[in-house]
Design a protein around this ligand. Sequence first.
Ligand code: ADP
Ligand code: MG
Length: 250
Amino acid sequence: MKNNTNVIDLENIETIYEGERTPVIRDVSLKVKSTEFIAIIGPNGAGKTTLLETINGLLPYTSGQGFVFGKMISKHRSEIRKNIGYVLQNFEIDPLAPFLCKDIVMSGRSGKIGMFRFATKEDWEEVWYSMGLVGMIDFAQRSIGKLSGGEFQKILIARALAQEPEILLLDEPFSNLDFSSRKQIEILLNRINDKHKITTVMVSHDLSFVPSKCKRVIVMDKGKIIMDGKKDWILTSDTINKIFHNGKGL
Ligand SMILES: Nc1ncnc2c1ncn2[C@@H]1O[C@H](COP(=O)(O)OP(=O)(O)O)[C@@H](O)[C@H]1O
Ligand SMILES: [Mg+2]
């Protein structure tokens, strides 16, 4: 896609969970250009995960219009999802599960492989490439349950990259990590966006870790987008200070 194309284009989107009455996100309009790196920040419960899942077609929207790669989300969900790498928050894995890191990364290719064929040499090449990109090649044969939080997050990012996505959606990629791991993930996200030109959308409830290459910040509160602009301007604004109790986060 060309640099000036909106890969994500939402207009007045509203999403209601099944069985609920009140929408969790309301009147959300958002355009994201190809190769942009944006951070959506907001307190817990603001609707950030819901927004990611709406973009991804995992949750149907109940009003408004949504397009990803120029295709209507409600009609092309599975096709859209194939080109979106989604790094879930708190992706849990049984520490005793008999999976090796390379298998977890390969599972990112399941959408590409489908049900009727086995992984080929090319699939494995993509797995090694993605593991190399996140600096985790040496962990290929390691059990997934034997990783630190930071290593695990890198494997999840490699898993999303193995899918060869055009868009990477990351839900709280820095949560539960120590400072040094956060720094490493930040460098990695910067590189993925900058060198590999993957459109990157991350959400976080923490103001203090917006990666340096991310220049645009969107603020969500109570299901709405309340600010959208240049990072430096947003992070120093009064509104953000109010929402985040003087910048300390919630
Ligand atoms: N499966 C669900 N069913 C009903 N309500 C939900 C569900 N998941 C989340 N919510 C509600 O939607 C709101 C926004 O949640 P979420 O998108 O997870 O916020 P955030 O990611 O910003 O913390 C919260 O009030 C939450 O309780
Ligand atoms: Mg969330």
